[in-house]
Write a protein of this length. Structure first.
Length: 589
């Protein structure tokens, strides 16, 4: 009897396990089918007759290209807006007869000026159709107002703020904190303006660093003021006066008097106004969002000849971002993707959208090599985003042509290395070490002791060799002498507008201009633009997503405002080898 029970229980357990396994396999198969077919995200959408207003809600930061997950519908999450989708949606709205205008619903927008320039151009082009653009916000950030300044009508909450204040750049210095902890950062660099190392070895900005920050910051601010003044039909002096007098904290009626705002209204009043302009009836406004707009089928001819657009966004690292680092990363996968494009006979030209502050010099070299190889068979054009500097410029310099936005931050041709000496910390903790080695430099990099003069000379020599290579790459790619590149290098950051004048870029504009140049170089008139992404394991992303979200949420809850510093320290810890990185993490207001 006991034996019978054992056999029965074993059989039952076997059946349960088999059913469970079969269920899991079935779920995975269904999800895999959806992913491969891309069924959900690409489902078409037919607008209703009264959905005549295209509403774009903008807040936070805007990446160049957000990952499109086939699992978003399972997680009930909205698709993150990307620059690519915004520009495509605006173009679709221009061409759709049913769309009468655009409603810009602004939240706390804080994104790069170059991205805003691209959206503003798309909105200006949209207005050529004769359709309206109306903007509303409870509070306008500086980035948000710069974007909506092209609108036909701009409205603000009667108790709202217009945060037009000008630019300020603040650098946090760690030297004093590290000294208290008994840590000395040993820095090796080439570049008078390479300020990325200054927070570790100084307590204020160097004169050279202050000079370059002042230069590019004033250049970008002047461009913004000129564009706002031109769009609002007021003088640049009036725009600057609003910022200098601190009127952003005054009665919002002053923003109307200055010509920056058309009126003070509540959201319901603005939406009623929009309904009247679009000819809508009923109690509530009917709108299309970017997700639906993207799914509306547009008639487009297919051509055999392709121009491939590939995105290189984020810091250049050897590994992808960790769970708590929600940013994009550029890894050696980009080099792999470029190799594939070289062998694709239908792809006649490539546009690489680079938006990166740089990072690993080693990975930058790997990507640079593939750009060189690719250029032997077909044109390669780089389109620079908000930041394409240091390593970001390294991977760009070999391209056939480089296109930047006027407010892109680029250049920063320089390298550095940082090594900690924790001798003081070890003393504070009463820790000691002892080493047995076979060769003189076997323990090079030991953080428990100071470096010898000979070791410092070795590392400095290696850093200088890396800079020499960087100069050579840029000189060869830009058809300049090494001396000329060195004169504008030294880690100096330039705006796209300045870079055009000194020969670091070839033209100003966005992705559309880069595509035009690529077609010209490939001698093509009829072509199809295709988007290329580095391969992603969607199933793995899906299974890990909840764990990642939990880790990020817990870290933010515990650290609060210090979460940003935590991620910065984690970035520093994961830096390996020589770095070619822009000196700052630039955060627009």
């Amino acid at each position: 009897m006991k034996q019978f029970i054992k056999i029965a229980l074993a059989s039952t357990l076997g059946v349960i396990l088999a059913v469970t396994l079969l269920t899991i396999i079935t779920i995975v198969f269904i999800i895999g089918t959806l992913v491969s077919a891309n069924a959900v995200p690409n489902a078409s959408y037919t607008p209703k007759s009264d959905e005549s207003i295209f509403k774009i809600s903008l807040a936070g930061t805007i990446d160049d290209s957000a990952t499109e997950s086939a699992f978003a519908f399972l997680l009930n999450e909205e698709e993150k807006l990307s620059l690519k989708n915004i520009l495509t949606s605006i173009q679709n709205a221009k061409e759709l007869d049913i769309i009468k205008g655009i409603y810009l619903d602004m939240g706390v927008l804080s994104t790069g000026t170059a991205s805003i320039d691209a959206i503003r151009r798309a909105l200006i082009d949209f207005k050529k159709s004769g359709k309206f653009i109306v903007a509303y916000a409870d509070n306008y950030t500086q980035s948000g107002y710069y974007l909506v300044s092209v609108a036909d009508e701009i409205y603000l909450n009667p108790q709202g703020l217009l945060g037009l204040t000008g630019f300020a750049s603040q650098t946090l210095f760690y030297k004093g904190l590290l000294q208290k902890a008994g840590i000395e950062m040993m820095v090796f660099k080439v570049g008078t303006y390479k300020g990325a190392v200054e927070p570790f070895i100084a307590d204020k900005l160097s004169d050279a660093n202050r000079e370059q920050i002042t230069s590019y910051m004033n250049g970008i601010w002047d461009n913004i003021v000129n564009e706002i003044a031109d769009s609002r039909k007021i003088s640049t002096e009036e725009v600057n006066a609003f910022a200098d007098k601190g009127l952003f904290f005054s009665d919002p009626a002053n923003a109307v008097k200055c010509g920056l705002i058309d009126g003070l209204k509540y959201r319901s009043e603005v939406e009623t106004l929009l309904m009247e302009q679009a000819g809508q009836t009923g109690l509530h406004i009917k709108t299309l969002n970017p997700a639906k707009m993207k799914k509306i089928k547009q008639s487009a001819r297919k051509y055999r000849n392709k121009i491939a657009l590939i995105y290189a966004e984020g810091e250049i690292t050897q590994t992808a971002a960790a769970a708590y680092q929600r940013d994009n990363r550029i890894t050696e996968k980009l080099a792999d993707e470029l190799r594939k494009l070289k062998d694709n006979e239908n792809v006649k030209a490539i546009v690489i959208r680079v938006n990166s502050p740089g990072g690993s010099a080693y990975i930058s070299e790997q990507i640079w090599k593939q750009v060189i190889e690719l250029k032997k068979t077909k044109p390669v054009v780089v389109s620079m985003g908000n930041i394409s500097a240091s390593g970001g410029y390294y991977i760009s310099c070999a391209a056939s042509k480089i296109v930047a936005e006027a407010n892109t931050l680029t250049g920063s041709i320089g390298v550095f290395g940082i090594f900690p000496n924790t001798t003081g910390l070890f003393e504070k903790l009463a820790l000691t070490t002892d080493v047995v080695k076979t060769n003189k430099y076997a323990d090079l990099g030991d953080i428990s002791r100071p470096m010898t003069d000979e070791e410092k000379m070795l590392i400095q020599g290696y850093v200088e060799k890396c800079y020499d290579t960087f100069l050579t790459r840029c000189a060869d790619g830009r058809n300049m002498s090494r001396e000329d590149v060195d004169a504008i290098g030294q880690g100096r950051v330039w705006t796209g507008e300045q870079a055009l004048e000194i020969g670091l870029v070839d033209d100003l504009g966005g992705i559309d201009r880069a595509v035009e140049i690529a077609a010209e170089l490939a001698d093509m008139y009829n072509y199809e633009l295709i988007n290329v992404s580095t391969p992603k394991d969607f199933l793995k992303d899906f299974l890990e997503k909840q764990l990642e979200e939990t880790k990020v949420s817990m870290a933010k809850d515990v650290l609060g405002e210090d979460y940003e510093y935590f991620t910065t320290l984690q970035q520093i810890r994961t830096m390996y080898g020589i770095q070619a990185r822009i000196p700052y993490d630039l955060k627009p207001l």
